[in-house]
Design a binder for this molecule. Structure first.
Ligand code: SAH
Length: 402
């Protein structure tokens, strides 16, 4: 295992320097008015208004506080000058505003910025900001580690610890926005968020949806719906559920054009094979007339990058408003895969383009600081059994269904 630069920040007892309130699960936070303090980062506008109602306060008060948090990056009630002194005191008593703890941050030569954020005494996750000429994209994590064990993904090799709370998810965006001096509607530096960091967002559904609500709320980050993208390895029932509750862009990690190969790369495919996945995508797209679904395809040398794979992929993409994103594989310690050659990637792209399938090659960004796709590691205290159990259960379910 490569020692992480922030390794020393964690002590063995598990009570490292981060004693932030974000260690709590949101469900606990929600019922905390009477016990401990709720963290306001755990709530979207609706939740915040409900919380304020419990405190006997009007909805517009919740809106005012939300604006202080996300437009001015203020977490100290005393500084919220348009909120009356009595209410400020009441809020300080009852609730708190605690962002994730930045343990380490680093900027790549291309301007890509990576944060290692402490989520509790033992775990940390990574968030990455990628500046481009006309936009700035933040890649956000949804879980500590990941249980899905995709074979080409660094996070997948680390095991799973737990879901992030809504506060821990929106907190990543808040930390980046504050660092950038981002002001929604005025000085917008953070224009896009992609849920493509560590973890499977659809396995942390409620917290991810709450956080995405804040991203898209005018009182929050004020991002346009289509500029918030959720990427999934393909949890079919949850794609349908997402379609019902949140109007965001969908990206699907496809990586292979046939079930045999995809099941090897993305074990979840054994449960939800390609045909079912694409049907769910079609249903998702049908609800949104002008949407395009992005299919991510990591280019693995000699594995999924042959012309025949491109031709199979064309057939799959025919029935959908689809865009293909080819991602040059980023190596990590211990991986058995290598990146397809540039020429092979371009040839693959050309086959797709010639068949009128919109296809881009994702530029590798921030790889000098291990911030590129699939390189996010954070610090995961693996509860190995969780991941092994997932794989065993998957095998059982598949055997049962057969
Ligand atoms: N679990 C979600 C979100 C996290 S992964 C999902 O599977 O979509 C986000 C993307 O990172 C994946 O689509 C994959 O394309 C990319 N990725 C993972 N490992 C990679 C690697 N080693 N090199 C390049 N891209 C990788």
């Amino acid at each position: 295992m490569i020692e992480h630069p922030a390794q020393h920040l964690f002590d063995e007892s598990g009570t490292g320097p981060d004693t932030s309130a974000s260690t709590r699960a949101p469900s606990v936070a929600r019922s905390m008015l009477t016990t401990a303090k709720a963290n306001l980062f755990d709530f979207d506008r609706k939740g915040l208004r409900e919380l304020f109602a419990q405190l006997g306060e009007k909805p517009y008060r919740a809106d005012q506080v939300m604006k202080w948090i996300y437009h001015r990056h203020i977490t100290d009630f005393a500084a919220m000058t348009d909120v009356g002194k009595a209410l400020r005191d009441k809020l300080s008593e009852a609730v708190e505003i605690v962002p994730p703890n930045t343990l380490f941050e680093q900027q790549a030569v291309d301007g890509t910025h990576k944060w290692l954020l402490g989520m509790d005494g033992r775990n940390a996750i990574e968030a990455v900001f990628i500046p481009e000429t006309s936009r700035g994209t933040l890649c956000v994590s949804s879980q500590i580690g990941c249980g899905l064990a995709c074979t080409f993904c660094s996070t997948g090799t680390q095991g799973f610890n737990r879901n992030l709370s809504a506060a821990e998810i929106i907190g990543q965006v808040w930390v980046a926005a504050k660092h950038l001096g981002n002001v929604p509607h005025h000085q917008r530096k953070l224009t896009n968020v992609v849920m493509m960091g560590m973890g499977e967002p659809l396995l942390n559904f409620d917290n991810v949806v709450t956080a995405m609500n804040v991203m898209r709320d005018d009182l929050g980050l004020g991002l346009a719906n289509k500029r918030v993208t959720l990427s999934t390895a393909g949890l079919v029932p949850m794609i349908d559920k997402l379609g019902e509750v949140a109007d965001v862009s969908l990206a699907v990690s496809l990586h292979a054009p046939n079930d045999e190969l995809r099941s090897e790369l993305v074990p979840l495919n054994k449960k939800y094979p390609i045909a079912e996945l694409l049907e769910a995508c079609a249903r998702y797209a049908a609800r949104r007339p002008r949407t395009t679904i992005t299919f991510e395809y990591t280019m693995l040398n000699g594995v999924n990058d042959k012309p025949e794979h491109a031709r199979q992929l064309i057939k799959l993409m025919r029935r959908l408003p689809a865009k293909v994103n080819l991602i040059p594989f980023n190596a990590f310690h211990g991986t058995r895969y290598t990146r397809s050659d540039e020429g092979v990637i371009r040839a693959f792209q050309k086959i797709l383009l010639d068949a009128d399938v919109l296809t881009m090659v994702r530029r590798t960004r921030g790889d000098d600081i291990d911030a590129a796709c699939g390189q996010l590691k954070g610090q995961v205290m693996d509860r190995t059994r969780r991941q092994a159990e997932f794989l065993r259960k998957l095998e059982r379910d598949v055997a049962h269904a057969a």
